[in-house]
Design a protein around this ligand. Structure first.
Ligand code: NAD
Length: 470
């Protein structure tokens, strides 16, 4: 597993290393079709999925230093979401938001119009719910575009394998692709990773990740109010599910995949390995009128080849203890990886297994302008584009998604699930994600009682993956 490239090259560094980069790339058989030379070229971006994260990612991109990065096209399935995001961004960055009405695209095929507005070497931002990642990535590759895509990347075997396959072509074309696992771009965690890999806390035996909160995002949903609803845009059941994607496995992998992937990813990074299997428990406790497909608590035990364990606890429950942090335990000491949130500073190491001041060996020291990992991930991507350096996080993003799904599947089925089984199984939640129109039915319509299937651990015996709706 590789650490992200260290960016922070000066213009002089760029000019000095550009020829070396070209030589290295040629040796690696990679063609780098379009290098934005620092100081001479601006990058355009297009935003597909204009919600909270998409608006944030576009701003992170446009806030980068160097020649201006301009937003030139936007796409969403809801007019009001697109316009809201546009107006917010325009208020903050009036000169860099250059999206006339004929480059605002509404509908499932809107991404095509938005990507057609870019030139080779520009960047497409994919911040819709997960279900459409491969569809949008496929078109971006065809167009020779660099990409920033949000996590999770996949929630099942077929789409994981498809993304890996598509990425071979992206690699061949030398496209730069960032995946929004932003902890990897936390400068504190990069320092921690180096120290752990250097043996500061010994061999890793145990890791713990906690994302325990009340109900968050759209993980809890009551019944679809019907086509004559009063919601903005009068959504069909399909559009309503997409606006509540944390509730539906086909759209997002559910709350386990969407919320917990950051801790799973960065803890596996600290271990320099992916776990080989998982077993888990979880359940729905106080669900009242909620009809989404989630459990409200998950306790997943990931098992590594060398016997080490990663415990991931995820909970969305009113009134229970809240904790959002991650820890690494080694034979000589321990570390706090994320002090709060997915990538909250500082990271620290300690002698022994108790994290108090007296035992502290080291705590991270990060320059003020690099404390925000969502900003750093763009710095790293943009530097790679401008400097002609290889940068592709898709394989790692798919692997983190498979590990996350293997934990979710273990909880939902009550079976032990291996990495290989998760990657290679045949069930796909939404094989027609590329054919959806505004009139399509949902891939998971409600039953006559307005409810959706929920996982029933232990009931589905054996590895009958095709039947595992959960
Ligand atoms: N890395 C992080 O820290 C982080 C934080 C938040 C969200 N995310 C990820 O970002 C993604 C979006 O999350 P969000 O919180 O912004 O959700 P959101 O609901 O605020 O935004 C999603 C947007 O995508 C639109 N959309 C849905 N399907 C579409 C399609 N087929 N084509 C075009 N637009 C479509 C929706 O209408 C909505 O405007 C998710 O995958 C989520 O996991 C990552």
């Amino acid at each position: 597993m590789k650490q992200p490239e260290t960016p922070l090259f000066s213009r002089r560094d760029f000019l000095r290393t550009a020829s070396q980069t070209a030589a290295v790339s040629a040796l690696a058989g990679i063609t780098l079709p379009h290098v934005h030379a620092a100081g001479t070229d601006s990058i355009n971006i297009a935003l597909i999925g204009c919600g909270g994260r998409g608006t944030g990612a576009a701003k992170n991109a446009m806030d980068q230093s160097g020649p201006p990065i301009n937003l030139v096209a936007m796409a969403d399935i809801f007019q009001h979401r697109l316009q809201g995001s546009h107006d917010t961004l325009k208020r903050h960055l009036p000169n860099q938001v250059q999206v006339p009405d004929d480059r605002k695209f509404v509908g499932f095929d809107g991404y095509k119009g938005a990507l057609d507005s870019l030139k080779k070497g520009d960047v497409a931002i994919f911040t819709t719910p997960m279900a459409f990642r491969w569809v949008h990535f496929q078109y971006a590759i065809e167009k020779g575009l660099n990409v920033f895509m949000e996590k999770p990347v996949t929630a099942d075997g077929p789409s994981s394998r498809r993304m890996l396959k598509l990425n071979e072509e992206a690699e061949r074309k030398g496209l730069r692709v960032g995946v929004g696992l932003n902890s990897r771009h936390s400068r504190a965690m990069q320092q921690l990773h180096e120290r752990i890999s250097g043996g500061e806390i010994g061999d890793i035996m145990l890791m713990r990740g906690y994302r325990m909160a009340g109900p968050i995002g759209s993980a809890f949903s009551e019944k679809y109010p019907g086509p004559n609803n009063d919601l903005p845009g009068k959504p069909s059941e399909l559009l309503w599910q997409l606006s509540r994607f944390h509730s539906f496995l086909w759209a997002s992998g559910g709350c386990y995949s969407d919320f917990n992937i950051h801790h799973i990813d960065h803890l596996c990074w600290m271990k320099n390995a992916w776990p080989v299997k998982a077993q888990a428990i979880g359940g729905r406790h106080y669900r009242g009128n909620f009809v989404d497909q989630n459990f409200d608590s998950y306790a997943v035990e990931y098992i590594f080849e060398d016997g080490a364990r990663l415990y991931m606890d995820g909970r969305c429950m009113v009134g229970a203890n809240q904790q959002y942090s991650s820890y690494v335990h080694g034979t000589k000491g321990m570390a706090i990886a994320a002090k709060s949130g997915d990538a909250g500073l500082p990271s620290s190491t300690f002698r022994g297994q108790t994290p108090n001041r007296n035992n502290m060996i080291w705590t991270s020291d990060v320059p003020k302008n690099e404390t925000e990992s969502h900003f750093n991930e763009w710095t790293d991507l943009v530097d790679a584009i401008r400097q002609g350096k290889p940068f592709n996080e898709v394989k790692r993003g798919v692997e983190a998604s498979v590990v996350t799904s293997m934990g979710r599947m273990a909880a939902h089925t009550g079976q032990e699930v291996t990495f290989e089984e998760m990657l290679n199984h045949e069930h796909e939640y939404c094989p027609n994600a590329d054919k959806m129109t505004m009139d399509s039915p949902s891939p998971l319509p409600a039953g006559p009682d307005g409810k959706y299937p929920v996982p029933t651990p232990g009931e589905k015996k054996g590895k009958v993956w095709q039947e595992w709706y959960a």
